[in-house]
Every structure is written in C-alpha cells, then in structure tokens.
Design a protein around this ligand. Structure first.
Ligand code: SF4
Length: 607
C-alpha cells in the first residue's frame, strides 16, 4: 500500500505513516484499517471537536482501479454526535484522486490558526486561506477552490455552513453532492478550521497482478450490468424500493408512528423516473449509476441532484409530505448546507411529533407551527439548524439531545445518538439487530439486512432467507451479513455491487497479491467488527447500549407490519452467542479476541 499522509494543522508539519504489512493483510483497508490505526487514539477523554481529534480519510485496495464500484472512500474518527466510533462512506471521485497523488489516506489532526483549506498535489502540500470559501455552500466552495488552485479537474472534499458552525450531523461532501453524511464528521472538520481538501494527482494506481485483475474486473462489471437489482437501482434509483417497502410496512411514516402512507406513489423512484428525471450520475467507473439528475421545470428549470431513498422517506412520508418536488428542494438544502439528510429529517420529525404531543410549544419554536405536511416550516427549520438560530440551535444537536431538552429522550428514534435510517424493523425484523449492534449507532449501511429480509440471499456465504418477521432464528444470519458488509467497508466497495463473493475475493487477491479464501474474507470482516466494538467498549459502550428506541417496541395499527414488534432481547441473546460476546459487559470475550488475532485488545478490555 501507499503511505498515509499525516498532517498536523496546528504545527503545519507533515510526515508519512507507513502501514505495517500485517495490518494491511489483516484489515485490508478502508474503515477496518482506519479502526486499527486509530485504536490507540480514540479515548474516552478525547473531545471529538478538539484539535487532538483525528480525522482519517481512507481509501481501499481497489479504490480508483477499474473494478466495480471502487470510486468510494471512507472518513473515520470519533463522532461528536455519539461520542463513539465514527465512519462515513462516500462516493464520487475524490478517493481515486488521492491515490493518484501517492497516498492511500490522509490523517489530519490539530487546528489551523485561521479558516483554511488544503491543496495537495504530488510532492506538494499547501495550507491556503479559506477566506473566499468560508460560508459558501458545498457546490460553490468546490468551484472556488478549483479556480484558486488553478486545476479544473482537482477533486475537492468540502464542508458546508453546518460543518463550519458545528451542527452535530454535518456531512463532508464531494463532487455532484456525494455525501459522507453520518456521524457528524463535517463538524470535526469545521472544528479544525478546515473548509476543504483539494487533491490532484497523476500517479498510476498499481495492482499486484494486472492481467488477472483486468480480466476479473471486466467479468465483474459485465455481471453487474446484467444484475436485476443493479438495473432497478439504475432505472429508479434507491427510491425504487419505496413502493415495496411501503407495502411491507418497513417504510415508516409520521416519524415512525404510522404504518402506511397513502401518497407513496407520488414520491417513489418510479414516479421520479417518469416525471422529473433527466439523467443519471455515477461515482468513478460505476456501471450502475444510482445517482439521479432531475429538473423541476417551470421557473426552476435547471439540472440538480435528485434525492435517494433515505432523503425521500425522511422528508416525504416521515413528515407526511407527498410533494416530490418539495422533497427534492429539502434534500438539496441539506446538501448545500452540508447536513446529513437522515438525521436532519429525523430530528425535525421528532420536533413535529413532540409538538403534536404538546411537549414542544409555539413559544419554543418562536411562533412556528410544526404541523405535519407543512413543508414551508421544514424549510425554515433547515435554515435555522444550519445557522444554529432559535430552535435550530437545539435541533442542531440531534434528536437524542433535542428530546432530552423536552423531557422526552425516549421518544427520539435513535440508537446511541445516531438517528435511525428509514428501514423499520417492525417490517423487516433483521434491522432490529442491525441498528442495535452497529458500531456507529443506528446504521443501515453496516448491514443493509432489509435486502435479505426482502429475499436477497447469498448462498455461498450461508446468508439464507428467513421470514421477514422471524426473530432470534435469524441472528446468526445477521452476524454473517454484518461481517460481509464490513469486508465491503474495508475494500471500500459500494453495497450495491452485487457481484459474486468469490469474485470479490479474487479481485482483492489480484489487487493485493494475497491468497485469501472466502473464509479469510469473512474473518477479516469479523475481526474489524470486533475491533470497532472494542473501541466502543473502551469509549464506555456496554450491553445496555444495544437497544432499540421506544417507537419500535410499539406495534403499528395499520399497514404491512401491523401488530408486529421485534423481540430484541431474544435476538440479542442468540446474537451474543454467535459473536462470542460477554452477555453482561457486552465486550468481545478474551477467547474471541485471541481467535481473531486481536491480542493487543485483550489487555485493554479485560486487564
Ligand atoms: S451504485 Fe451509486 S453510490 Fe454505488 S458506486 Fe455506483 S453510483 Fe456510487
């Protein structure tokens, strides 16, 4: 692997960090390797918004190659929203460009004296004044930085106003609205006075066995082009599943308190395709191209990013808005301010819900009436959050803190401080475990198990189908799925890359010169999952943190999930058994850590 460039913004010094060979082999890359690198530094005492807090931009061994969906990279650190492990995966073209500069990662600490951005070319790094870009939205900032450095094709990772002001669910963006949205790492970047990181390089990205790799990636890309799921995602975007999720009752409405949504046909991916869709966008080299380009026409005629499933459900059904154009506008506002649309919509949803309950009043909102479906108020709230004004200041801290401020923390639909994505475990029970045990709070990407509950199995890995309302009997299956997805996060491949797992291993072997088997691949995923768990245990997480919000323990009265609630304690019992975790403390057992080669962690966790 290429080295990681360490940059201390306080001292202005840099050094190259060479990744030990055994770490490379055991953790592969991406978020898994980042966890190994950051393990000693993520302490309980570390303030995520302090200069000491590390921000690690990592690529994977396939990033920037012509392999399937390998344009992605991941950003890791300690989350200011959860105070736990943070990772956020992002597409576009920035990751490949960094590798072309000659680095596989950037490890940023310290705080610049004034508002700055970084300009990194091969053999050159400049800390430049961000005076002209501070306060600009994520699109304009990218343009200005490109102009200032004089390289039109430079790639720029950037924060918006939300990250500058410390909104706890700020994102880091690049290219055409690609977002590292979750866990608030945009606020970490802002706390370092760092607006953007621009990169441009020309180095060739090497793979160990080019001939073998080339043959495999062609085969993989052909497979992907023919894959039904990939075709659906291309044609209708990720929101293509909205109708089916609505039918199953796994698409929450009215902030997780209504099991069906009449207007689903108005906001679905197919509706977008037949009304406002004018094009597609893709991350580097991706043959799927899930990104939407839309045009609302009329007085707003221009091309803009179209929303994906989470944004559509968050600003649509969850707030009882069934106007697709308005959902597009609300999603775009979040993007431009650099805010995670899942957490933004969710926290606003909680505010609406508490307003209906009478716990939040007009006095609290400065006179705003938080009535369901009122998108004009949602627009105002997004502005207020980004500027941390009025009730926006409380909302900018996320739903757990917002709920707590009104004596209603248990009404917040979050796990460990991260707002739940819009896949309701009452409709697809596997998501109960996915949310409760994810290393970064309620995350749907560490294991998008809803696809398995929809029927997407993987026989080679032993990931089988269980009824979507099955309970503890599917726990072992969820474990396998999590380990597999953790491998994706180390290779930094997109979870929509539906290629045969053996082909994935073959690609890694050809790129890295390894001789991994499928078992090795799954073991690497398991190792990293347990390491992230150990990081969180050291940060104070225990078995008591593996829980679901109150809303998921109350059955819907209507829709495809009516009457069902997941039995989380039973699911967790079986899950802990399979994981080899201690039931009382929630820590991986000594035996499990040793089995995974994590001897260095044993002493820290068990003394
Ligand atoms: S499927 Fe979408 S998110 Fe995934 S790599 Fe392709 S364009 Fe990017």
């Amino acid at each position: 692997m290429q080295p990681i460039l360490k940059i201390n913004l306080t001292t202005g010094t840099t050094e190259e960090f060479v990744i030990p060979k055994e770490w490379e082999h055991d953790f592969l890359g991406g978020a898994s390797l980042a966890a190994r690198i950051l393990y000693p530094y993520l302490t309980k005492e570390l303030d995520p918004l302090s200069p000491e807090s590390p921000l690690l931009f990592m690529t994977g061994p396939l990033t920037g190659t012509s392999g399937p969906t390998t344009g992605r990279f991941v950003i890791c650190g300690k989350s200011p929203a959860t105070n736990l492990w943070a990772e956020s995966n992002i597409g576009g073209f920035w990751g490949p460009e960094l590798r072309k500069v000659g680095y596989d990662g950037l490890w940023i600490t310290g705080k610049a004296q004034s508002q700055s951005y970084l300009w990194i070319e091969e053999g050159r790094l400049e800390v430049r004044s961000a005076a002209n870009v501070w306060g600009k939205d994520i699109y304009e900032a990218q343009e200005i930085v490109r102009e200032e450095v004089g390289v039109k094709v430079a790639r720029v990772a950037v924060i918006g106003e939300a990250g500058e002001r410390g909104v706890l669910f700020s994102s880091i963006a690049c290219d055409h609205g690609r977002m590292a949205g979750r866990t608030g790492l945009g606020a970490v970047m802002g706390s370092k006075n760092l607006k953007a990181v621009a990169v441009y390089g020309k180095k060739k990205i090497e793979v160990a066995n080019l001939e073998r790799y080339s043959a495999l990636r062609s085969e993989a890309n052909i497979t992907l082009k023919q894959d039904n799921e990939a075709k659906i995602i291309h044609e209708t975007g990720t929101a293509g599943v909205a109708n089916y999720a609505g039918y199953l009752g796994s698409m929450p409405s009215k902030y997780y308190h209504q099991g069906e949504f009449e207007g689903v046909d108005n906001i679905s991916g197919s509706k977008m395709a037949e009304s406002i869709l004018v094009g597609f966008s893709a991350c580097q080299g991706c043959v799927i191209a899930c990104g939407r380009v839309v045009n609302l026409g009329g007085g707003e005629s221009r091309k803009r990013k179209g929303p994906e499933y989470e944004t559509i459900v968050g600003f649509g059904p969850s707030l009882l808005i069934s106007d697709l154009a308005e959902v597009v506008r609300l999603g775009e506002m979040c993007d431009m301010y650099g805010m995670d649309s899942i957490s933004t919509a969710n926290t606003i949803g909680l505010a609406f819900y508490l307003y209906e309950m009478g716990k939040v009043t007009k006095q609290d909102t400065g006179g705003l009436e938080l009535t369901w479906g009122n998108f004009m108020v949602v627009r105002q709230l997004i502005d207020m959050i980004a500027h941390r004004e009025g009730i926006g200041e409380l909302l900018s801290r996320g739903s757990r803190q917002f709920g707590a401020a009104f004596g209603a923390e248990d009404e917040a639909v979050q796990v460990n401080g991260l707002e739940v994505a819009f896949h309701d475990p009452r409709g697809v029970s596997g998501m109960a475990l996915s949310y409760a045990t994810s290393p970064r709070g309620a995350c749907h990407n560490q294991s998008d198990y809803f696809f398995v509950d929809f029927g997407h199995t993987n026989e080679k890995l032993g990931i089988e189908y269980f009824d979507r309302h099955a309970q503890a009997e599917k726990s072992a299956n969820v474990v396998k799925h999590q380990d597999w997805r953790t491998f994706f996060n180390s290779a930094v491949m997109c979870i929509f890359a539906n290629v045969d797992p053996q082909m994935q291993v073959d690609l890694v072997n050809a790129a890295c010169g390894y001789e991994w088997t499928l078992d090795d691949m799954m073991k690497s995923g398991e190792r990293a999952w347990n390491l992230k768990r150990a990081i969180n245990n050291r940060l104070g997480l225990t078995a008591a943190n593996d829980k679901l919000p109150k809303a998921f323990l109350e059955p819907y009265k209507e829709g495809g999930a009516a009457g069902f609630v997941p039995d989380l304690p039973e699911m967790l019992k079986a899950y802990y058994e399979v994981r080899g975790w201690d039931h009382d403390s929630g820590k991986p057992s000594k035996e499990k850590l040793v089995e995974l080669g994590l001897e260095n962690v044993v002493q820290d966790l068990w003394g």
